[in-house]
Design a protein around this ligand. Structure first.
Ligand SMILES: [Zn+2]
Length: 237
């Protein structure tokens, strides 16, 4: 049988090419080890992933990344502060809305329910796919943290939209005269309109978890960058 997961990872990260961009060697080994050797458990996999992230961050410049992370912290807190249905919009809001509308178009051939769901699905899939791409193809751990921040803001926007199903306060964006409110229509059709707030809170909770995880990853990477650069400076003195 060999190594199906390792093969899949190799497919994602591309063939061995020494002249190509630096690839996540440790990650690949960790995954392969996890599926071939009994001794390699989840803990070893986590340790290997952590080592890979540390090695990636070593010696990199933290300054611009720190400013970006500070913005992510601000954007996440501003979303939470303004609450469900709040007016705050992050830098990601425009691109999130563009993918939301594109999702409606892509799913439009599958009937009304999937068309309405499609926009909401795509606005979560794109930041997730961007994080996976940055990790597996570009080996950019900090990019994963930024995409996680984007995904969190997208979840906060989605939570506001779901919560609005009963209030209908948010301005609707769409083509044509009769723009449907995605969540009023979906939840009414499913006889779940009175559960809108519960669903919105659960989505917001998931957003908080993604926000906290992304921020923790970003801060851990920055701390490695600061420590290793300070050590390099001391060595060169
Ligand atoms: Zn929509």
């Amino acid at each position: 049988m060999g190594d199906p997961l390792g093969g899949a990872i190799r497919l994602l990260v591309g063939p061995n090419d020494p002249s190509g961009p630096r690839r996540p060697i440790h990650l690949e080994n960790a995954w392969r080890g996890a599926c071939t050797a009994d001794r390699m458990g989840a803990r070893d996999l986590l340790l290997a992933v952590r080592e890979d992230a540390k090695e990636w961050a070593s010696g990199k410049s933290p300054w611009l990344r720190a400013m970006l992370l500070a913005y992510l912290l601000y954007a996440g807190l501003a979303h939470l502060w303004s609450g469900l249905g709040g007016e705050y919009r992050s830098w990601f809001a425009g691109i999130t809305l563009a993918f939301h509308e594109l999702g409606h178009v892509i799913f439009s051939g599958l009937g009304k329910t999937w068309m309405l769901l499609g926009g909401n699905i795509l606005q979560l899939v794109i930041p997730t796919a961007a994080a996976v791409y940055l990790l597996l193809r570009q080996h950019d751990w900090f990019g994963v943290s930024v995409c996680g921040g984007w995904l969190a803001t997208s979840l906060f926007e989605l939570a506001s939209y779901i919560d609005d199903a009963n209030r209908l306060n948010l301005p609707l964006v769409g083509l044509g005269e009769d723009v449907l409110h995605d969540w009023e229509t979906l939840l009414t059709d499913a006889h779940l309109l009175n559960h809108a707030q519960t669903l919105a809170r659960a989505t917001q909770g998931l957003g908080i978890a993604v926000f906290a995880g992304s921020l923790a990853l970003g801060m851990a990477l920055l701390s490695v960058m600061w420590r290793t650069r300070r050590n390099q400076a001391i060595v060169h003195m």
